[in-house]
Design a protein around this ligand. Structure first.
Ligand code: 3PG
Length: 212
């Protein structure tokens, strides 16, 4: 498999999906592929998350499936067995980070402060989730972090509060590798089966990502 972070840095938008009904999994994957994205982050927040991940990995091997909301290190081996390509943790959880390094699982740990950035970098992580982005200083904070860290190889994936109105601002910051967002895979759209709307929004997100 292609190293997922290279693909993420090329596509520049990660759909962060909360899937409550496993029946939505395949139509959602199809809608994203049709919209131009062979990438999805499925959050481990629902009872059906593992079943959903398994279904997408089985039916769409061309899709890079990530797992979000990894709060517990013991989940990582299960995710690797399912074929999950990358993981995301909302915070800088040392147990999760150590386990990911131990088994060679690509992880983007969550950070906000310079202290967390440096701790994560010292452990060997270069691609970091900046979460929750918008309420933690957003574009201004990332531009400030660019000063001391721009030359280090550290890159951020801001997530949380990003939508069609501010995505271009985030993507124009050189230290931003990609963004994560749920606006184009909104939980309500998924639950109502509005997959053609998801495809439309995905196309628009991809178009903006290519431009910036
Ligand atoms: C999350 O983990 O919930 C993501 O940050 C998604 O945030 P958003 O719904 O604001 O895009």
């Amino acid at each position: 498999m292609t190293y997922p972070f290279k693909v993420i840095e090329k596509l520049r938008v990660i759909p962060v999906a909360v899937i409550e009904d496993v029946k939505s999994a395949l139509p959602l994957a199809e809608a994203l592929l049709e919209g131009g994205l062979n990438l999805i982050e499925v959050t481990l927040r629902t009872k059906t998350a593992f079943e959903t991940i398994a279904a997408i990995c089985r039916s769409y091997p061309e899709m890079i499936v990530g797992a979000g909301t990894i709060l517990d290190a013991s989940l990582i081996s299960r995710l690797v067995d399912l074929g999950v390509g990358f993981g995301v943790s909302p915070g800088f959880n040392k147990g999760v980070a150590e386990e990911a390094l131990r088994v060679g699982f690509p992880l983007t740990p969550g950070v906000i402060t310079p202290t967390e950035v440096e701790q994560a970098h010292k452990m060997g992580f270069e691609l970091l989730k900046f979460f929750p982005a918008e309420i933690s200083g957003g574009v201004k904070m990332l531009k400030a972090l660019e000063g001391p860290y721009g030359h280090t190889g550290i890159r951020f994936i801001p997530t949380g509060g990003i939508n069609i109105s501010n995505v271009a601002d985030y993507l124009s910051i050189p230290i931003v590798a990609a963004i994560g967002g749920s606006w184009f895979v909104d939980k309500k759209l998924i639950n109502e089966g509005k997959f053609s709307e998801i495809t439309l929004r995905t196309k628009e997100a991809v178009r903006l990502a290519m431009k910036n």
